[in-house]
Design a protein around this ligand. Structure first.
Ligand SMILES: CC(C)(COP(=O)(O)OP(=O)(O)OC[C@H]1O[C@@H](n2cnc3c(N)ncnc32)[C@H](O)[C@@H]1OP(=O)(O)O)[C@@H](O)C(=O)NCCC(=O)NCCS
Length: 435
């Protein structure tokens, strides 16, 4: 069974791999207990989060305090009160705005991340975002070049740290809020634990404030004050032999390799009539479909046609989108998409790269969800992906087990900056996938 497998995913500080997810409601209370322990450490005078406790984010001590209102924690300040110059760095380093459209700069960012970005707990895999992916992820409609922030060594100009923001409109319950989505925080391995990350976070925050934006959204594998939701990655083997050979998954109990290969075998061709790749002409219809769908979730992006064209129109080896066009009415009834994020395989004699697809946004109105996602798996297999990953967000729980996804060993926590949510959300209340 797929559930016997263990999967390793580059997420920092994942939970105990033996901690299998379950639908047991006590899981939520274990999480709550863990937070109460953190909270008691903090009130005892031991500062648990020296930086985050100074920031306008939900604090552990406020957990469960239903008297606090939902919404911004601090009001905006006049723009003239925003600090005009960058935060101070240690004297050997300097800020450097990175023009990601410049191929040589993009290569520097790519190289920093390829060697220093997120690894799994056992240091077997490291995310390997491609240069094309970085260009896509960092240049959406209305992006601010000044939010692509590097730190260089003054003497050599070597890029040693990075953080980014991109603008987004996120709806939180009934409010559409202009936010920054913060991503790609990375400090070179040799410069870790020197409190550089808080300076970088403060600097990106300052530059976001300068654009009159006061809220942000981000995800992390680590627990910080305070997640709005805690999600898990699930993994669907497409190339089980390779995944087992590289240690991404393990042969299940009572399973042989040939039985495992048979278990994960997929049909050669998709089955849904009218299933085809999304094209430019589909943008208005897909936007309508997606907006209608995302309205169901407590937190979701407020996509317009420009956003859909950017985020969902297929880009080779970056994002793939398919839809179902009714052969009779030519109406677009269903939509599915995934993005491409390979991982480097560290220290394996036979393989260097794991080709992974990540479920992005999916909408069904006519096609059964299991059939639509199975068609996405079939396409991903045709395109030679090794694994198809999905978070338990949106309605994904409705296909994960049935389509033989197995739970991963890490959690992904979602956060909002300067926006309070009264109670943590269930992953299925989230309509947001960050890259
Ligand atoms: C994440 C990373 C930049 C942190 O840098 P570091 O040198 O380990 O930590 P620093 O000493 O500079 O700063 C520590 C502070 O940053 C916070 N921090 C660490 N990781 C963080 C994250 N992912 N998001 C936000 N804050 C984070 C810590 O909680 C701590 O603040 P606290 O005292 O309030 O708890 C670095 O470990 C790294 O590059 N890791 C690999 C890539 C990665 O995991 N990126 C984050 C992806 S979500």
């Amino acid at each position: 069974m797929a559930d016997d497998d263990q999967h390793h995913q580059p997420i920092p500080n994942p939970s105990d791999p033996a901690d299998e997810p379950s639908s047991d409601p006590s899981e939520a209370s274990i999480e709550a207990l863990a937070r109460r322990v953190q909270e008691s450490l903090a009130v005892g005078g031991v500062q648990k989060h020296r930086f985050w406790e100074t920031q306008p984010v939900g604090q552990f001590k406020d957990l469960g305090d239903s008297s606090l209102p939902e919404g911004p924690i601090e009001p905006p300040t006049p723009l003239s009160d925003v600090r005009p110059d960058p935060y101070g760095l240690p004297s050997a380093y300097e800020w450097s705005t990175c023009d990601i459209s410049d191929p040589s700069v993009c290569l520097e960012v790519y190289t920093l991340l390829t060697n220093n970005y997120v690894e799994d707990d056992e240091n077997m895999f490291r995310f390997n975002y491609s240069k094309e992916f970085l260009q896509w992820a960092l240049r959406p409609p209305g992006f601010f070049p000044s939010w692509h922030i590097g730190v260089r060594v003054k003497s050599t100009k070597k890029l040693v740290a990075f953080i980014t923001g991109i603008p987004a409109r996120l709806r939180v319950r009934d409010e559409v809020v202009r936010m920054a989505e913060i991503n790609f925080l990375c400090v070179h391995k040799k410069l870790r634990s020197k409190r550089l990350a808080p300076v970088m976070i403060k600097e990106v925050t300052r530059r976001v404030h300068l654009e009159n934006i006061w809220q942000a959204a981000y995800t992390a594998g680590v627990v910080l004050p305070t997640p709005i939701a805690t999600c898990r990655y699930w993994h669907r083997s497409l190339n089980p032999k390779k995944l087992i050979d590289v240690g991404f998954s393990r042969l299940g109990a009572r399973m042989t390799m040939s039985r495992t290969i048979r278990l994960y075998k997929l049909p050669d061709a998709t089955v849904t009539p009218g299933f085809r790749k999304m094209e430019l002409r589909d943008v208005p219809e897909v936007t309508r479909l997606l907006r209608g769908y995302l309205a169901r979730f407590a937190v979701a992006p407020d996509f317009d046609e420009d956003d859909v064209e950017h985020w969902l129109l297929p880009t080779e080896n970056v994002v793939d989108s398919f839809l179902v066009e009714s052969p009779v009415t030519h109406e677009i009834t269903d939509f599915c998409s995934f993005y491409t994020l390979p991982s480097s395989i560290l220290n394996n004699p036979n393989y260097t790269a794991l080709k992974a697809a990540y479920s992005y946004y999916n909408v069904t109105t006519k096609t059964p969800l299991l059939q639509l996602i199975n068609d996405a798996l079939i396409v991903a297999k045709q395109k030679d992906y090794d694994v198809f990953n999905a978070l338990d967000v949106m309605e994904n729980e409705g296909f994960l087990k049935e389509l033989k996804f197995g739970p991963g060993d890490g959690q992904l926590h979602y956060y909002l900056y300067n926006y309070r949510i009264r109670n943590a959300l269930h992953p299925s209340e989230l309509g947001l996938v960050l890259l």
